[in-house]
Design a protein around this ligand. Structure first.
Ligand code: PRP
Length: 209
């Protein structure tokens, strides 16, 4: 039978996902010694793993070329898409926050605020809910630079330990949303391979409990 194909987010979530697979008894030898190989077999389970950038994990799941994905809630909130979000994996915990220069009152005055972020959709929704018009500038990385350089009044970004903010004289002004790793499933796979997928979800649930 065709292997169940799982898309994993490369980087921060990767090690924790592999550790979870090992707890499930999966042989992750190929994942540990992957070199430049992109599709990796789990020889002792009917599964293979694809390593991809977070937003691509969603694309592969939506298009049905992967059955299951592990991706952060941050990416799900920013890109959306139609798939089932079936499980909170409990790792990769951090949050979206609005942050700005320490001691500066962000809400003071009536000028239009500029917000720098890697997550323009999350940012727009956050301020829409407040009924506030803001200008959103998309930045690709190290968003914390934007207020320091005078490009923006604040940022919406991921805060994990808070040390990036602290070391740059910034502080959290408001929490936007909690984030953690989620298990997502293609809608067709959920029907066609229901038993296998439910078994896997059950196994995962027991190790993360
Ligand atoms: C993320 C995020 C913050 C930092 C937060 O960036 O955008 O910059 O981590 O972590 P902390 O609260 O523990 O300091 P990442 O390292 O993914 O790099 P990037 O900003 O260049 O994308």
């Amino acid at each position: 039978m065709k292997k169940l194909r799982i898309a994993l987010t490369k980087g921060r979530l990767e090690d924790k996902t592999v550790a979870m697979f090992e707890q499930l008894g999966f042989d992750c030898e190929q994942l540990h010694n992957k070199g430049r190989k992109l599709i990796l077999d789990i020889p002792n389970a009917n599964m293979e793993v694809v390593l991809a950038k977070a937003a691509d994990v969603i694309t592969y799941i939506e298009n049905g070329v992967c059955d299951i994905g592990v991706v952060g809630k941050d990416t799900i909130m920013e890109y959306g898409g139609s798939f089932f979000e079936v499980l909170d994996l409990g790792f990769g915990r951090c949050k979206f926050a609005l942050a700005g220069k320490k001691g500066v009152d962000f809400y003071d005055g009536y000028n239009e605020r500029t917000i720098a972020t890697k997550y323009p959709n999350v940012t727009r929704r956050f301020f829409e809910a407040k009924g506030m018009d803001v200008r959103v500038v998309k930045i690709e990385g190290s968003v914390e630079l934007a207020p320091l350089l005078g490009l923006s009044d604040a940022i919406v970004d991921i805060v994990e330990t808070g040390s990036t903010l602290r070391e740059n004289g910034l502080e959290v002004l408001e929490d936007v949303a909690p984030i953690s790793a989620k298990l997502i499933v293609n809608t067709v796979s959920m029907k066609l391979r229901q038993q296998e997928i439910e078994d896997l979800i059950e196994q995962i649930t027991s190790v993360i409990a």
